[in-house]
Design a binder for this molecule. Structure first.
Ligand code: ATP
Length: 371
């Protein structure tokens, strides 16, 4: 059952359309995640859902009831929405228990007590009732902020970069914990973040926004493996877009050599395309004729990520287990090994902040075809 429905939503600030033509569905109990570069309109969209911002076109519905449309904005306190922001925003002069009880005005004292104890158990902080916020770490404070938002059992929880002030390791751990907690509580949630790892750890559905538009709204797996826009391909995961030309027999001449793949068969001969190359699409192979020089190495735990300059001058990325360390400056052979090939029309309009890759908004193929 649909809990949140945004239908061709437009939100203006002054004369400017900050959110444009956004359509999103979140079913009850699902966790959605909005990704995108700074200033693309993520917070404005959340504010509109919460009822702090009116809408210029389209509508917002909660459980099939319209709460925002042009000339109609249901008051925020009537929407049953909880919110968590990046700066914790706990009341410093109230104890943990008083903070959590804050939004539970309509419950009896016994209910409040049970709910506080239940939530403190669930967030792994039993016995913290009488602490003050300044006696807690950043991660603990953010867990309490979450408990406070969950206490009145909102039907929708909005989280705006809730972990961004925490360090990377804690952020990842909390994302996993918070997902488990939201699932236990059966809360529908929409999260805004810059951090794709966080989105992947938390989301059932995710989308990338760019300049007010939502480019794709699907599962994190589909965003990664079947990006429908170059911008999504560029924003999600490491990878490079290379140029190629598909010939009449469906093979592609490319900086990686001639590539053949079922997904190229529908592309008209002679078409110039851009195609996505992820690090795991190129396997180190000493016997391969495709050669390059290692320019840089980044440690990624189990793997190292290498930047390799091919003999043609094109730079690509590859992965290798971190116990097999390759040296910067060394010659390396790479074997293309595409599980699926993601291909876009090769339009060329430069956009600031996104390497030199042009988003076409018009994939040659609707999406990548699984091999
Ligand atoms: N009150 C306002 N007055 C004028 N412009 C605004 C206002 N609030 C936001 N904007 C503009 O709207 C655009 C989107 O802002 P928004 O905060 O929604 O982006 P965001 O994607 O959440 O960014 P970030 O990730 O940096 O928080 C920006 O260009 C911003 O300058």
């Amino acid at each position: 059952m649909s809990l949140l429905q945004l239908d061709h939503l437009q939100v203006n600030i002054g004369q400017q359309a900050i959110v444009r033509d956004v359509t999103v569905n979140l079913d009850a109990g699902e966790i959605g995640c909005l990704l995108g570069p700074s200033g693309c309109g993520k917070t404005t969209l959340l504010r509109a859902i919460a009822g702090f911002q009116s809408v210029a076109a389209g509508s917002i519905s909660l459980a099939s009831k319209t709460v925002s449309a042009p000339a109609f904005t249901q008051a925020p306190e009537k929407r049953g929405i909880g919110m968590v922001f990046q700066d914790f925003a706990l009341f410093p002069h109230l104890t943990v228990e008083q903070n959590i009880r804050f939004g539970m005005r309509h419950c009896s004292a016994v209910e409040k007590q049970l709910r506080v104890d239940e939530l403190l158990d669930r967030i792994g902080l039993p016995g913290y009732q009488q602490r003050f916020p300044h006696e807690l770490s950043g991660g603990q404070q953010q867990r309490i902020a979450l408990a406070r938002a969950l206490a009145p059992r909102p039907r929708l929880l909005l989280l705006d970069e809730p972990f961004s002030s925490l360090d990377a390791e804690l952020r990842e751990r909390l994302a996993v914990e918070v997902r488990a907690l939201l699932k236990q509580e059966q809360i529908t949630a929409l999260l805004v973040t810059h951090d794709q790892q966080e989105a992947f750890a938390m989301a059932d559905k995710a989308g990338v926004m760019y300049q007010g538009e939502l480019l794709q709204w699907e599962t994190p797996y589909q965003l990664y493996h079947q990006p429908r826009h170059q911008m999504v391909a560029d924003f999600i995961g490491h990878g490079v877009l290379l140029q190629g030309t598909v010939n009449a027999s469906g093979a592609m001449a490319s900086p990686l050599g001639m590539l053949e793949h079922p997904s190229l068969e529908d592309v008209e001969g002679g078409t110039p395309v851009n195609f996505l190359v992820r690090p795991d699409d190129l396997v180190p192979d000493p016997s391969s004729r495709l050669r390059g020089k290692i320019k840089a190495r980044g440690f990624r735990g189990a793997h190292n990520l290498y930047s390799v300059e091919l003999v043609s001058g094109v730079e690509v990325l590859t992965l290798s287990p971190s116990h097999e360390q390759l040296q910067v400056g060394a010659d390396i052979g790479l074997r293309p090994d595409f599980d699926h090939l993601v291909v876009f029309a090769a339009d060329h309009c430069e956009l600031p902040g996104f390497h030199n890759h042009a988003p076409s908004f018009r994939p040659v193929l609707p999406k990548a075809q699984p091999a």
